[in-house]
Design a protein around this ligand. Structure first.
Ligand code: C2O
Ligand code: CU
Length: 461
């Protein structure tokens, strides 16, 4: 890196960093391990399933389902997942948003070799955080995730947690060819020149007509995940009260109004819905409002007798660390986001004028080095500078961070993230206290941008 500690930072700034790293809420305790091991097997293979508007669709699926099976465990449990590859190409599983042992992070060519067709690989690690997470291949995601390889991983708070009804909603979109099947042209020049692949159909859990039946007075926790290649979702819930209680797998510091909710590819949010007791026999449209054309996502169907015994709202919150003093600190690293002509697709997306293409990782090109070194336990400020006119949801593996400022103006979001949407020509400052030694991927979560090179590695040590 160019701006390493000790060379440009003054002693005073170093003191500020130490204070920020120790601020209440800036880090969290190590997890207490349970003695439970949860075992799953995931077979990735082509399948033909009924999806979208009821048609038979040729997909690639985990265990024959799209989305794949929701994996569940409690915080502190050990997860052991055997991945069997029956696809026509190499694959892997990345555990999006989880803090875990670096060797289990699923980045081919970096933390493991690709899992070739016919091979298997067993992932095993302790779950350090309760929340809504997901998993997907980390090689040719532009094709593999689009064809249906993705699923939720729900980590619970343990047996003592209050029982609230919950639903998982996997948000996705699909680009279909004229024959009604998934358009097999991946990473087109058009996708690269724009915000990746946006489809003409949006779905919740793979279908276009999801209905959620609720009773008057009922409360439910909706776990939302955006698994699409490029589309941003901004769901709105009509007359039902909706509050964001967790984002990217961590509780917010307080319930947040749902009108701040924007889900870029990779983002998750837990939304608590409460139906007014006085509402009955009504159908409410849940719509996406990110684009000018409102897209129907699902219907909430309120009917039946009123719910009397109300489940309590989830109590979990995380305090906001006071990081206002970070405003005066220089960025430790700056990532310029841009595109240029060239590469296998004609256009490639760059981070500081460099490309790293997961589509072309092979056994022979295992990467061990990083230009960017972050110190474990040190308050770190990173800056994304979008020099392009496109969107870039920037994701860092194995770490949680906070948005500090946009275009130099301080912002307070009241929640942690692992992925932040950087708008056209926008600069975003983030703060984090890096944890867990290893080589962690940092990349744009638009799969086409990622596969054309918009990725790098940061070393935490
Ligand atoms: Cu969800 Cu490196 O990705
Ligand atoms: Cu991008």
């Amino acid at each position: 890196g160019r701006a390493q500690a000790g060379t440009t930072a003054t002693d005073e700034q170093e003191e500020v960093r130490q204070r920020l790293a120790r601020a209440p809420g800036a880090t969290w305790e190590a997890v207490r391990e349970t003695s439970v091991t949860r075992e799953y097997e995931l077979v990735a293979a082509p399948a033909r399933v009924q999806l979208l508007d009821g048609r038979m669709l040729d997909v690639w699926a985990y265990n024959g389902q799209v989305p794949g099976p929701t994996l569940r465990a409690d915080v502190g449990d050990r997860l052991r997942v055997r991945l069997v590859n029956r696809l026509p190409q190499a694959t892997s599983i990345h555990w999006h948003g989880l803090r875990l042992d670096n060797t289990m992070d699923g980045v081919p060519g970096v933390t493991q070799p690709p899992v070739e067709p016919g091979e298997s690989f067993t992932y095993e690690f302790v779950l350090e955080d309760a929340g809504t997470f997901w998993f997907h291949p980390h090689i040719r995601g532009s094709e593999q995730v689009e064809r249906g390889l993705h699923a939720a991983l729900i980590v619970g708070d343990g047996p003592s947690a209050p029982a609230l009804r919950e639903e998982v909603w996997v948000l996705d979109d699909w680009r279909l060819a004229e024959d009604g099947q998934i358009d097999p042209r991946f990473v087109t020049r058009h996708d690269l020149a724009h915000d990746g692949r946006w489809g003409q159909m949006v779905t919740v859990n793979g279908v276009t007509a999801t209905t959620l039946a609720l009773r008057p007075g009922e409360r439910v926790r909706l776990r939302l995940l955006n698994v699409s290649n490029g589309r941003v979702f901004r769901p709105r819930f009509g007359a039902v009260k909706a509050e964001v209680v967790a984002f990217d797998g961590r509780p917010t510091s307080r319930p947040l109004p749902v009108d701040v909710l924007e889900l870029a590819p990779g983002n998750r949010a837990d939304v608590e819905l409460s139906v007014p007791e006085t509402m009955s026999d009504q159908q409410l449209a849940v719509e996406d409002t990110f684009t000018r054309r409102r897209l129907p996502l699902a219907t909430i169907d309120v009917r039946g007798p009123a719910e009397t015994a109300k489940a309590s709202i989830s109590a979990a919150t995380l305090p906001d660390p006071d990081w206002s003093a970070a405003t005066g600190l220089p960025a430790d690293e700056l990532f310029r986001l841009n595109a240029r002509r060239g590469g296998p697709y004609g256009v490639e997306w760059t981070l500081n004028d460099q490309v790293m293409s997961p589509a072309h990782h092979g056994h022979s090109s295992v990467q061990h080095e990083s230009r960017y070194t972050l110190k474990d336990g040190r308050f770190t400020k990173l800056q994304f500078v979008n020099e392009s006119a496109r969107l870039h949801p920037m994701h860092i593996h194995g770490q949680f961070f906070r948005v500090l400022a946009r275009n130099g103006v301080p912002v307070e979001e009241h929640h942690w993230r692992d992925t932040v949407l950087v708008g056209p020509r926008e600069s975003v400052d983030i703060g984090l206290v890096p944890r867990d030694a290893g080589l962690w991927a940092l990349h744009c979560h638009i799969q086409e941008h990622h596969d054309s090179g918009m990725m790098t590695l940061v070393r935490v040590e």
